[in-house]
Design a protein around this ligand. Structure first.
Ligand code: MGD
Ligand code: SF4
Length: 739
């Protein structure tokens, strides 16, 4: 593939298509009256502006909300916020569609029918909160506080996590760990002594050679990262894309490696072998900073180009050429660590191999490599009591998954099913749609049947709310405060989410709900502030910020410092937080725990005759299932499709546009989904965007639109190091649906 001209403007052009909520006018709920003239929604210099933080995904860019007559007419990027730099991605600009979604939850709901029937009556807050507090307290008294578990995704989850910890339960889990980036964190921790976090400290804009291994930047849209990526491509970075699918990024690449799915670890070990065999590694850097080079060399000797070709289908010439490109550009070269990496169950070891490869390129603390981020000071609210001692989390047996760094959502489900190591009797579910998130959705349903009580806190009547006993309606991110954000980043900053408009209906913010419940349960000491503003100001003052800085934060939405020393000086020592104090190319920790000290590739099961391996990904205008009822965004990507190679389709008598059911190896199936015949995918794989195919009837725009990959994700491979769920291990066949 030759390098194609990709300008930053073109790459981000899609942002302006959805920008400004211009497409919204036709979809507003009756209670909101906006000017039906679409042009009235374009940003105007006379608009009143309020700065806040986006929550359309978890990158958390700075937003400026444009207000006219008390209504949000447009959302644009906040120039004072280091993550948005004045720009939003399409989802950020389309957030207005979430705010004014007529299907939103606006009243507390109490179940009337069977669980899962989606039949509720509306209730006042006092009744709903009394009921929730009463049931949670009763269950904690009967089975112990650890019998309460929480699943969360998003900023407000922290308030409920505090509530559970105050009660004495350690069982709070975010699926963004074991179903997403957990293995990557573990692979990097084992190698460099620290994980990457979010936003990842990757100096993409300055890299001279970049390898993306299944990272579909541009489709997977994290605003700043895509801006940096576009800059790198603009400045002539050598781009290598490893993907069974010709992704958007592959379209810009110098080398597209259309790998056989499941064999990436063989490829990475092959690159490591070649770099070492040719002496292309950064010798001085490794001599100063790494241990285990000789053991690594020995362990990877078998991954010769010929052996790698047999597994991956990547020709030895291309393997050599791409290894050479990376090595020649080192240390300003980067192998992207990915984000959603739960694929095959060997994910922590694959991530560790990526970490090792980066170490050989010597890019730690280097321009165009992995930079050293800083963080602004942010102390806790003064005078909070310490949490009571609790049992160990219920998500694993003693000694299982020894490198897990967080509670496993799948583990809590398992404990709810088995009652081991102790019973889990109630779930609080905040902002995560478990039926579409945890693999093997039947198990989630069974676990819910085992519960005495389930409370869901959501903005939308998503699937999980249909299973709840009580639904508490949260207002959207544009109508509430959340706690402050102070991430690690190249330019340390603090950011503030604050309300732009009043909450619609009777919806309330998470901080208010958690405080109300805590006070009813005698746990008010952990919520000593009157409201979120007092919490925020208390933390800022405790951290030593002055009036003028606090004013700036409230006015501009962000307070930042100058970029700190993000690169190492020549020869500077770095204190790696591993047991040896060095980068561990060979891991004694892993050897001692009975795992491979250097990653070893093992061939995964391959699809049988007539089967396709199901691969999933993202669309630039959607975030999982949370945006697939958003009218603005649906206008740009209305429905997912299943990508299949035309050669494979011909054998099945199917053509482009046919509707099919995907059936998997266990007999599970999706709803009807349209076929997209495309040469851009290998004949052994099928690809679809995750987050469609909703079943919740009250999501009126999203219900039955497209297919839900999770319905055919009945199988998953658990990572033995850390308990993540590899989900790319399901095989599907296609069955035509007559329309
Ligand atoms: P979302 O689908 O974005 O994330 O999965 P989830 O954690 O479920 O949103 C979930 C819920 O949050 C929705 O019900 C939405 O209405 C609600 N919500 C939106 N905004 C708010 C808010 O402000 N407050 C509250 N209280 N609720 C809100 C993501 C997870 O799924 C992740 S991170 C990954 S990477 C995995 N991806 C994945 C996959 O690709 N395929 C399959 N099969 N499973 C997956 N599971 C994982
Ligand atoms: Fe919002 Fe897009 Fe930024 Fe995510 S990347 S926070 S959706 S603007």
């Amino acid at each position: 593939m030759s390098l194609q001209n990709l300008t930053r403007r073109k790459f981000l052009a899609i942002g302006s298509v959805a920008a400004g909520g211009a497409a919204l006018a036709g979809y507003l709920p009756g209670r909101i009256s906006l000017n039906p003239d679409r042009q009235a929604h374009w940003p105007q210099p006379t608009d009143r502006m309020v700065s806040t933080v986006c929550e359309m995904c978890f990158w958390r860019c700075g937003v400026q909300a444009h207000l006219r007559d008390g209504q949000v007419t447009a959302l644009t990027g906040n120039p004072a916020h280091p993550l948005s730099r004045g720009r939003l991605c399409p989802r950020g600009a389309g957030g207005i569609g979430n705010l004014y979604d007529p299907d939103r939850l606006v009243k507390p709901l109490i179940r009337e029918g069977e669980r899962g029937d989606e039949r509720f009556r509306e209730a006042e807050w006092d009744e709903a909160l009394d009921l929730v507090a009463d049931r949670l307290q009763g269950i904690a008294d009967q089975y112990g506080p650890e019998s309460l578990a929480m699943f969360y995704h998003g900023a407000g989850g922290g308030f409920f996590k505090t509530l559970l910890k105050a009660l004495g339960s350690p069982n709070s889990a975010a699926p963004s760990y074991a179903q997403c980036r957990g293995p990557r964190e573990v692979g990097f921790e084992l190698t460099f002594g620290e994980g990457l976090g979010s936003p990842e400290p990757l100096d993409l804009a300055h890299t001279h050679a970049l390898a993306l291994i299944g990272s579909h930047l541009g489709e997977n849209m994290h605003n700043t990262q895509v801006q940096d990526f576009a800059d790198a491509v603009d400045s002539g970075c050598h781009l290598i894309v490893v993907d069974p699918r010709f992704s958007v990024a592959a379209g810009k690449a110098e080398h597209w490696l259309a790998i056989r799915p499941g064999t990436d670890l063989a490829l990475i070990l092959g690159w490591i072998h070649l770099i070492l065999a040719e002496g292309w590694e950064q010798k001085a850097f490794l001599a100063q900073n790494a241990v285990g080079l000789e053991a690594l060399r020995k362990a990877v000797a078998k991954y010769t180009p010929e052996a790698v070709f047999l597994e991956t289908g990547i020709r030895s010439g291309q393997l050599r050429e791409t290894a050479r490109l990376l090595a020649k550009a080192a240390p300003h070269a980067l192998v992207h660590p990915g984000r959603h990496v739960t694929w095959y169950g060997d994910d922590a070891q694959r991530s560790r191999a990526i970490a090792i490869l980066n170490a050989l390129l010597g890019n730690w603390g280097q321009s165009g490599g992995i930079y050293l981020p800083g963080q602004m000071e942010l102390k806790a609210f003064p005078g909070l009591p310490t949490f009571p001692k609790s049992k160990n989390p219920a998500d694993r047996k003693a000694g299982q998954y020894p490198f897990a760094g967080s509670v496993l959502a799948n583990g809590l489900r398992e404990a709810t099913l088995s009652g081991e190591p102790y019973p889990i009797k109630a779930w609080l579910v905040y902002g995560t749609n478990l039926p579409m998130v945890l693999p093997n959705p039947k198990q989630t349903e069974e676990a819910i049947h085992n519960l005495d009580f389930l409370v869901a806190i959501d903005t939308m009547p998503a699937e999980i709310t249909g299973w709840a006993d009580v639904v508490l309606p949260e207002c959207t991110y544009l109508e509430r405060h959340d706690d402050l954000f102070a991430p690690f980043y190249r330019q340390p900053f603090l950011a503030l989410r604050q309300p732009v408009v009043d909450p619609i209906g009777d919806s309330k913010p998470a901080w208010w709900m958690a405080k109300q419940l805590a006070e009813r349960m005698g746990l008010g000491a952990w919520f000593p502030w009157q409201d979120a503003e007092e919490l925020i100001e208390g933390r800022l003052r405790a951290s030593g910020y002055q009036d003028d800085q606090i004013d700036t934060l409230f006015q501009k939405g962000a307070l930042s410092e100058q970029e700190t020393a993000i690169y190492l000086q020549d020869g500077e020592d770095y204190p790696f937080a591993t047991p040896s104090g060095k980068i561990e190319l060979y891991s004694q920790q892993l050897a001692d725990a009975g795992f491979d000290p250097v990653p070893v590739y093992r061939r995964p099961e391959m699809p049988g005759q007539g089967q396709f391996r199901l691969l999933t990904g993202r669309a630039p205008v959607h975030t999982f299932g949370r945006t697939t009822n958003n009218a603005v965004l649906l206008e740009h990507y209305p429905e997912n499709e299943v990508w299949v190679n035309p050669a494979a389709l011909r054998n099945l008598g199917l053509v482009n546009g046919d509707r099919v059911l995907l059936k998997n190896q266990d007999g599970a199936q999706t709803g009807p989904i349209r076929v997209r015949a495309t040469q851009r995918i290998r004949p052994d794989s099928a690809f679809m965007v995750h987050g469609f195919g909703h079943k919740a009837r009250k999501l009126r725009r999203a219900v039955s639109v497209g297919g839900d990959d999770n319905e055919v994700t009945t199988r998953f491979q658990v990572d033995p190091l850390m308990g993540g769920t590899g989900m790319n291990v399901n095989f599907v066949t296609l069955e035509k649906v007559e329309v």
